[in-house]
Write a protein that binds this ligand. Structure first.
Ligand code: ATP
Ligand code: MG
Length: 776
């Protein structure tokens, strides 16, 4: 432990050693806030604090996993696995499951994703016969989300004339009614949306003092990363839980507050001192992440903001290369510049794909980047698009599974009641809906009792409804004793989903079938992983909990070497050696929708600060003089943010006037009629021409290609790689069981097992294909 503390600088060490009381660490990007939190938790445990009593809230599940892994390295994984660590949503979903009955919810409540919420709202808008052009479902959902995050319940809404007037002014006088119907619909479906997870936690903690006391006593130490982006609802939860022991440590950077549009309240950080008594404030000033050029350029940017806490950020790192600015004619050309730069860097400096990130303001910008990367055969991964679990064919399977767990789930039911087609038409469905509203029951319950209710349905239709009920019930019976894999496989076959998809022999159709296979593979991994834990059987409900809260940033892809593409919002907290911030144009960044007030513009500027400070070594800012936006070629001007950076930190790759017509450093192939030697001459002086290998593959591509067959053997890269090497006598580290020694190896191939004696937990036999082991 002492070793880790010694690695911290003086300013970082202080908050780690300060064990008790409220404290706040305010510091700029890359100064080690997250690292301090990590070491602090390890040190608390080292001092004998029970892992079960430490609650740590992070911005993504991935961040939580990484933190847990580092802590495991320090204190051992058997202890670290007991930490309460995750996003607000995942931690409080877990708590809500065990307390759901108090709020009138089943413990197997469904978590609606935003697609489900939108469908539900669209349904209500239709029922209420409102104009969809006035009541746009997305806007309605966002308004409701704001209510919830500000803890404005339906009742509070109807007691607040100002809110009602505001909605009436924006021509939506029936917003309150809509809100009420949405809440009722979710409740009847036994479902909570994302915002409910926070709202209901607040309700739980305020309405039931004994529950509050229980969790206050449980969480003696509470830590929050990225505190600047907490919303009011999250703030109140933290406040309530920490009220008894007041051992609360929050870290954040007001300059990186970028979620105001989703209700984040920067005042939470500014007012922290007032909320608790005797708050200790710590400041970190040394940045370890980035070069001097990047740190100082970022300082000059944030200086332009008026609303901020004064902070110093400096670094002992080298000056490093200047920030490179590149102008191109079109967005397509911008993409080619980025792709060819990555290609050249990989060749010249032996860099891997994973060392590059391309960040943009809006998701739509990824397309031109993708096209260019594909042409260069550069593997990439987009974060934050439609996640795997939201693809239509996957979601269809998941909706059947949701019904198995919670048949009241109305959105799931509506989605699959007649898919694959089984002759249950819209008129029938509407009748069911009316009856469900009338009896205040779920549609599924109405269907169960269809013989007793007179809905003027013919006997054939009634039979079809009963068949559906019987099918779901038969799945439920199977689910009682089988694992998630078995039931999913069964459901995808018995419902006819897979057969339906197989009818479509186009490549898209085949891809869908493959996606379902991929889903099954993922579930297999999950169940096998769960079975390593004593007593767990890899139940469907456990899997569905993971899925409901998974964002694709959370996916563990550490074994894949890919360029990362994501919005700047998603990149918060992350770092990469080379970062491209693309689309540096007025109206795009800063966004046209966010520059009508000073505070909006300041939030955009903070967003730029976040983008730039993700880079460790080299940052690129690129812009195009025209780009396709909403299907139209639009002229654009360079972003004001480029000008705001002191010129000494910048290097213009496209300095001379008009030289953009000759497009330096581009993939010249598509300009076949242009004299290529001229294009090469236009390259900047410091750029040596790339030396492509015979097949255009870089060294890292070659190594990835060689590794691929090995990695493909099984789901877990590392385990499989040394799978063959593991022999009796090896000392290994297991993610959950900690350190152990291999006693015996038996079986071969996919069935190869190791008998391992763990220091804690005794002898266990593990299937090597799934065991997460490292030889130490
Ligand atoms: P952000 O504001 O972007 O979330 P942060 O303040 O959380 O940044 P970290 O991510 O904790 O910063 O640290 C930035 C980088 O600096 C990491 O790679 C971290 O390992 C490294 N680092 C932090 N402190 C030290 C230190 N004392 N010695 C060496 N490296 C350090
Ligand atoms: Mg951080």
């Amino acid at each position: 432990m002492q070793k880790y503390i010694a690695q911290l600088n003086e300013a970082q060490r202080e908050p780690v050693l300060q064990k008790d009381g409220p404290m706040i660490i305010i510091a700029g990007a890359g100064s080690g806030k997250t690292r301090v939190l990590t070491i602090r938790i390890a040190y608390l445990m080292h001092q004998g604090i029970d892992a079960f009593s430490i609650l740590s809230l992070t911005f993504t599940n991935k961040a939580a996993r990484e933190m847990k892994k580092r802590i495991s390295d320090i204190v051992g994984s058997s202890e670290a696995k007991n930490l309460w660590m995750g996003t607000f949503h995942s931690v409080f979903a877990r708590i809500l499951r065990s307390e759901a009955s108090l709020l009138g919810y089943p413990s197997n409540f469904t978590i609606y994703d935003s697609q489900d919420s939108l469908r539900a709202i669209s349904g209500i808008i239709k029922e209420m016969q409102l104009d969809r052009d006035v009541y746009k479902p997305k806007q309605v959902l966002s308004r409701i989300s704001n209510f919830k995050n500000s803890l404005i319940t339906v009742k509070a809404y109807f007691n607040d004339p100002d809110l009602q007037e505001a909605d009436a002014m924006s021509k939506k006088p029936r917003m309150g009614e809509l809100y009420q119907k949405y809440v009722e619909k979710c409740f009847k479906s036994g479902a909570m949306d994302f915002d409910d997870l926070l709202l209901k936690t607040n309700e739980l903690l305020t309405r039931f003092p004994e529950v509050l006391a229980k969790y206050q006593n449980r969480f003696r130490y509470i830590l929050v990363d990225e505190y600047q982006d907490t919303n009011h609802s999250q703030y109140l939860i933290v406040r309530a839980l920490s009220d008894k022991f007041q051992n609360i440590c929050v870290v954040g950077d007001d300059a990186q507050s970028i979620y105001a549009f989703r209700g984040a309240n920067i005042n939470n950080i500014l007012n922290f001192q007032k909320d608790y008594e005797g708050v200790k404030t710590f400041r970190l000033e040394q940045n370890y992440r980035s070069t001097k050029n990047i740190v100082e350029a970022a300082n000059t940017i944030i200086d332009k903001n008026k609303v901020k806490l004064d902070k110093i950020v400096w670094t002992a790192n080298d000056f490093g290369p200047k920030i490179k600015v590149h102008r191109s004619m079109t967005d397509a050309e911008e993409g080619r510049f980025v792709a060819s730069t990555i290609f050249e860097q990989k060749m010249q400096n032996q860099m891997t794909n994973g060392q590059f990130a391309i960040l943009y303001r809006t998701n739509a910008q990824s397309r031109s980047m993708e096209d260019a990367l594909r042409k260069r055969d550069i593997p990439y991964r987009i974060y934050g698009g439609l996640s795997f679990y939201q693809r239509k064919e996957i979601k269809d399977v998941l909706c059947y599974l949701r019904l198995v767990i919670n048949p009241k789930d109305e959105e799931a039911l509506m989605r699959v009641i007649n898919y694959p087609a089984r002759g249950i038409g819209n008129t029938t469905i509407e009748k069911l809906l009316v009856a469900a509203n009338h009896y205040k029951r779920s549609i599924f319950e109405v269907m169960q009792n269809i013989d007793k209710i007179d809905l003027k349905l013919n006997s054939g239709t009634k039979q079809k409804l009963l068949d559906f009920v019987t099918m779901i019930q038969s799945f439920q019976v199977i689910n009682e004793n089988q694992d998630a894999f078995f039931i999913t496989d069964h459901v995808s076959k018995k419902t006819g989903l897979v057969q339906e998809l197989k009818k479509d022999a186009t490549p898209e159709g085949m891809a869908k079938v493959q996606n379902i296979e991929e889903l099954l593979n993922g579930i297999k991994d999950f169940t096998e992983g769960q079975k390593e834990i004593d007593g767990a059987r890899g139940a469907l409900s456990e899997f569905m909990e993971d899925v409901a809260l998974a964002t694709d940033l959370d996916k563990d892809t550490s074994d894949e070497d890919r360029v990362a593409l994501m919005t700047i919002h998603l990149a918060k907290g992350l770092e990469f050696p080379h970062v491209f911030v693309v689309g540096m144009e007025e109206d795009l960044f800063p966004s046209a929708m966010s520059m009508s007030t000073r505070s909006e513009l300041e939030e955009e500027r903070r967003l730029f600060y976040v983008a730039l400070t993700r880079a460790e070594h080299q940052a690129y800012l690129t812009y195009a003089q025209s780009r396709y936006r909403w299907g139209k070629l639009t002229d654009s001007e360079p972003s004001r943010f480029i000008e705001e950076i002191d010129a000494q930190y910048l290097e213009y790759l496209t300095p001379a006037e008009n030289n953009y017509r000759y497009k330096p450093m581009i993939d010249s192939d598509i300009f076949g009629d242009v004299d290529k030697s001229k294009l090469r001459l236009a390259k900047p002086a410091n750029g040596t021409p790339p030396k492509p290998s015979a097949n255009g593959e870089s060294r890292s591509d070659v190594s990835v290609r060689k590794l691929k067959p090995l990695l493909d053997k099984g789901p877990l890269g590392t385990a499989n790689l040394f799978d063959n090497k593991l022999v009796a006598g090896n000392v290994v580290m297991h993610e959950r069981f900690g350190r152990g020694q291999v006693l015996n190896i038996e079986g071969g191939g996919a069935d190869k097992k190791a008998e391992i004696k763990f220091e804690v937990g005794g002898i266990k036999k593990l299937l090597l294909r799934f065991a997460k082991l490292d030889i130490i």
